[in-house]
Ligand binder design. Sequence first.
Ligand SMILES: C[S@@+](CC[C@H](N)C(=O)[O-])C[C@H]1O[C@@H](n2cnc3c(N)ncnc32)[C@H](O)[C@@H]1O
Length: 250
Amino acid sequence: MLIFIGLGLFDERDISIKGLETVKSADRVFLEAYTSRLMGADTARLEEYYGKEVKVLYREDVENNPEDILIAAENGTAAFLTAGDPMVSTTHSDLRIRAEERGIETGIIHGASIQSAICGLSGLQNYRFGKSCSVPYPEKGWFPLTPAETIRSNMAQGLHTLVYLDIKPDRYMTVNEGVELISEMCKRREEEPPELFVGIARAGSDRPVVRAGRGPDLIAYDFGGPLQILIVPAELHMMEEEYLRVFAGL
Ligand SMILES: C[S@@+](CC[C@H](N)C(=O)[O-])C[C@H]1O[C@@H](n2cnc3c(N)ncnc32)[C@H](O)[C@@H]1O
């Protein structure tokens, strides 16, 4: 059996009791470490907490060579762990389909996701979000403008945009970098950059940071360590504006 388990948002204690019991009784435990991360716990700490060896997986292991996972799931119970919820803004549906097609039973134990956490932290209503987007680190000769296009299209419909920030093996994109990149994309599209941004750092920790402001203000603000995420709000409802004043320094 292959069970996808969400670890929640920050450290080893954010997993559900159901998830923890399943990990502890699993035959093999895999940790997907490229779509998101638990910044409050490293692999050694997870292994100690679960009393199990944890095999860390990178994109290549899941998307191109998932044999090890599938064979483990054919021969016993394999737990596949992902920070957040395993099926939110990740590509794991493909693995679940592959398993089912091989006759392997699958299941999901959900975890708290950044997608809902940002609503509580920012006060922006979840039903007012449009399509989300990701800002990647630009590479030589490659500077995609699609995030700016998504933001503009959402904005025209009065919808907020959630902007996921890139994770690389050796670095994590900050809110400061995200705002700078979006402003540059708008410039290249010959558009005005958004007037307001909301930056969030370390959701799920004891001290998450939430800050709303104009682009230059957020670029200068120190959000501390990763993980970080960005929202570009559309026109605010009265209650949303009030919430940002009280909790995000608007
Ligand atoms: C592709 S999404 C994966 C979401 C995950 N599956 C979930 O349900 O939470 C990962 C991105 O979300 C943001 N993120 C995830 N967890 C976060 C946290 N605890 N605090 C701030 N941002 C976070 C970061 O921008 C990160 O690059």
